[in-house]
Design a binder for this molecule. Sequence first.
Ligand SMILES: Cc1cc2nc3c(=O)[nH]c(=O)nc-3n(C[C@H](O)[C@H](O)[C@H](O)COP(=O)(O)OP(=O)(O)OC[C@H]3O[C@@H](n4cnc5c(N)ncnc54)[C@H](O)[C@@H]3O)c2cc1C
Length: 253
Amino acid sequence: MDLPTVSGHRTAHRRADLALAPGETLLAGGTWLFSEPQPEVGGLVDLTTLGWPDWEELPGVLRLGATCTVARVVAAPWGAASGLARACADSLLMSFKVQHVATVGGNLCLALPAGAMVSLAAALDASALIWTPDGGERRQSVVDFVTGAGTTTLAPGEVLRAVDVPTAALSRPTAFRRIALTPRGRAAAVVVGSGRRVFVTAATTRPVVLDLDDLEAGLAAVDCWYDDLHGPADWRAHVTGVLAREVREELGS
Ligand SMILES: Cc1cc2nc3c(=O)[nH]c(=O)nc-3n(C[C@H](O)[C@H](O)[C@H](O)COP(=O)(O)OP(=O)(O)OC[C@H]3O[C@@H](n4cnc5c(N)ncnc54)[C@H](O)[C@@H]3O)c2cc1C
């Protein structure tokens, strides 16, 4: 949709370009920014011109650039986790057009419960690399970065630069379950088993990590079931339990 309050658009080419003037906001793929009115936004600063690699193989880490699109994510060298990466990318039931522009960073920073890049990154123990406005950086696990439905720890002026996935996590056995109220509906629960833990997203307002060996107690302790038109909280709690037990069985417990 048109954003009639926007009167400026800058392309960022270096880090200094990310200093935002009043009213400016960061633009990645724009799939959410252009999907609803943004009356507070007067200018856009495009991140996609920074030239960040989609991914890099660093010592011990697979780094996904924040501007890597969901479509490109699946082509990264995931090793044994390639099936999980594909399942998570497909969990975003968006048209192929959206998949080709929506970015990893946009998905994480938007922090929707059904954010499938959150599911993927959380399940693989990824950390968010965040540029701070003073020129420094900080790092935080993705599980802690997303604090609720639509909220993160990002402070004003901070930019998500990348998501670092430890390569050790890529060889762990994984299991993936997803459910929605309708066949093409938005995910109501995404349950990923990775190693000895289960990661719940979509059903909860923030990522929840459960211990496979103490699953029932962990499920009983969850205090952030999500409730919206894609599923009531009590149903989400129930189906998450069913899916988590399936994951436990698949991973051989
Ligand atoms: C048809 C359709 C279906 C969708 N289905 C789903 C779904 O199933 N699950 C789901 O989670 N979402 C869904 N979405 C929303 C989806 O999450 C977003 O569209 C997409 O992931 C956001 O990525 P983007 O690159 O387009 O972000 P943008 O729209 O460009 O930005 C989103 C927000 O993140 C901020 N931002 C972006 N990148 C950064 C960064 N690097 N650092 C700091 N801030 C940043 C922007 O300022 C903005 O506030 C859907 C959207 C559409 C249009």
